[in-house]
Design a protein around this ligand. Structure first.
Ligand code: HEC
Ligand code: HEC
Ligand code: HEC
Ligand code: HEC
Ligand code: HEC
Length: 365
């Protein structure tokens, strides 16, 4: 008997060490689980994200303070690796409290009752598993989940506010927002955080029913499906007397490239017959300072430079366009600038500073 208890204890210890909240969801939501597993929301912790780790160490930050957004569900190192922001965490955010330094997520604390969004079920709450037998008992049909209840009536899951507990702002001690999304959620918006970053993609949302599509949990962003996002930035070239101007119109409800160390890059090339005339790249970024000197984001007291794209941005070039010219625009980004890579000792990882493309478009004159 003693042995049995010991074995049971070892087994329980073992499973709780190697399982996490997400493992059970994987059984019925394998596709979503797989996407999540490769997403930034699984890679947001110290163990999984080297940029975050480098900054964390440089700032001598307190883990507790950063984990509230980067790894709120991690109780141990194994969870920090496998499920730092767990399925249950996101799906039990009841509401968001707005705060000066950073917002806060308020969870329901329930383990088997999840919020979700489906327009046609918007008012439904406490949706439970149902089975119905028809055709003289020969065909059994079921709907909803045998494992958990679903709440479809939380507005935050429709308008994108569910993202804002973590994504609204992170202010440093001098009240400078260092993740700077500057987002504004408006009822009239056609697109939301969710439609742009979790677009419906092919494949059933669960193995127990057959939906054609599901919300992409890999998160379209700078790491995945970047080109999908390009369509939300309109590019335009206008010929002028002594040159031309490029206008970028931002269809998102937030500023672009706002994360510290990020850089948007616009490359412009004019094709003239056999010649290529390359313009100086334009960089979209924000540079932090303490007084007049560049500084680490967490100690910044000033913004030395801000060339981010808010609603619209126009850049003027002074190369005169000729008839027959073709102007090729290529809008991309670096995850971190080369300067930041050096400061953070990450210069050996070329992937981090490589330009990746959001959108290219050409204009003929
Ligand atoms: C035994 C299978 C099973 C398990 C385990 C399971 N689910 Fe589900 N889940 C379902 C089914 C079935 C549905 C209903 C889908 C539908 O409406 O067609 C569902 C629906 C959902 C929805 C709402 C989908 C919608 O319609 O918008 C969410 C959110 C969800 N599950 C999250 C989770 C999370 C998080 C876990 C892990 C803690 C989990 N599920 C575990 C079977 C399961
Ligand atoms: C209120 C939530 C919140 C808190 C608290 C928070 N962060 Fe973040 N952090 C975010 C979000 C959201 C992003 C992603 C923003 C983006 O991609 O634009 C992010 C991104 C980052 C990045 C960029 C990571 C990358 O791969 O490019 C670094 C570095 C970072 N945070 C460091 C920290 C440190 C260090 C702390 C603790 C002192 C901290 N953060 C606390 C929400 C938070
Ligand atoms: C618990 C906090 C939290 C919540 C809730 C959250 N995020 Fe994030 N998100 C983060 C953190 C932290 C990062 C940055 C991780 C890193 O780079 O290390 C991030 C990164 C991102 C990125 C950047 C992706 C990329 O490729 O660089 C996007 C886009 C994003 N989240 C969208 C969303 C959307 C949409 C929602 C709402 C459905 C959401 N997030 C909810 C914490 C959160
Ligand atoms: C960053 C927050 C976040 C995380 C983490 C997250 N989800 Fe979701 N999930 C959402 C949001 C928001 C929606 C609603 C999308 C919509 O409008 O249909 C959603 C939708 C769903 C749906 C319904 C899909 C559909 O197309 O309607 C299921 C099922 C689901 N999630 C399961 C999971 C599982 C399983 C995990 C973990 C592997 C997970 N989620 C992790 C935010 C999240
Ligand atoms: C109309 C589409 C659209 C909507 C709506 C939208 N975004 Fe974005 N988002 C984009 C595009 C395009 C980018 C790529 C440019 C960039 O990195 O800023 C982006 C980038 C991001 C990034 C990465 C920023 C960086 O530089 O690290 C985060 C985080 C993010 N969005 C979160 C959100 C959140 C949270 C919401 C809801 C408040 C939201 N987005 C709404 C289109 C959208």
């Amino acid at each position: 008997m003693k042995n049995l208890i010991a074995i049971t204890l070892i087994f329980v210890g073992y499973t709780s060490l190697f399982c996490n909240d997400n493992t059970v969801c994987k059984k019925c939501h394998p596709l979503i689980y797989k996407e999540y597993y490769n997403s930034i929301h699984r890679k947001s912790s110290l163990i999984n994200d080297k940029i975050y780790k480098a900054v964390f160490e440089k700032e001598h930050a307190k883990k507790q303070k950063c984990n509230s957004c980067h790894a709120p569900s991690a109780k141990n190192l194994q969870q920090e690796k496998e499920a730092p922001i767990s399925c249950i965490y996101c799906h039990t955010i009841k509401h968001i409290i707005e705060n000066d330094k950073a917002n806060k997520n308020i969870l329901t604390g329930k383990k088997k009752d999840f919020f979700s969004a489906q327009k046609e079920k918007r008012d439904e709450a406490k949706v439970k598993f149902e089975t119905a037998t028809s055709f003289f008992g020969l065909i059994k049909r079921s709907k909803n989940s045998p494992y958990h209840q679903i709440e479809y009536n939380n507005e935050n899951y429709y308008n994108g506010n569910v993202c804002m507990g973590c994504h609204s702002h992170v202010n440093n001690a001098h009240n400078f927002d260092i993740i700077m999304l500057d987002a504004y959620i408006d009822k009239k918006d056609k697109q939301t955080c969710i439609t742009c970053h979790m677009p419906q993609t092919m494949g059933s949302k669960t193995t127990l029913s057959d939906s054609k599509t599901h919300a992409y949990h890999g998160i379209a962003g700078l790491h995945k499906l970047s080109k999908n996002l390009g369509k939300y930035i309109n590019l335009h070239v206008k010929k002028q007397k002594n040159g031309f101007q490029v206008t970028l119109t931002n269809l998102a409800n937030h500023a672009l490239f706002g994360q510290v160390y990020r850089e948007g890059v616009l490359n412009v090339t004019i094709i003239r017959g056999k010649d290529k005339i390359i313009q100086k790249p334009y960089i979209f970024t924000r540079i932090f300072g303490k007084g007049n000197k560049e500084s680490m984001p967490f100690e910044a007291t000033d913004i030395l430079k801000d060339t981010l794209i808010y609603a619209k941005k126009t850049i003027v070039y002074n190369t005169k366009l000729q008839k027959g010219d073709k102007v090729i625009l290529s809008l991309g980004f670096r995850l971190i600038s080369k300067k930041a890579a050096k400061a953070l000792n990450l210069q050996d990882d070329k992937e981090l500073t490589k330009i990746k493309i959001l959108k290219t478009e050409s204009f003929s004159f």
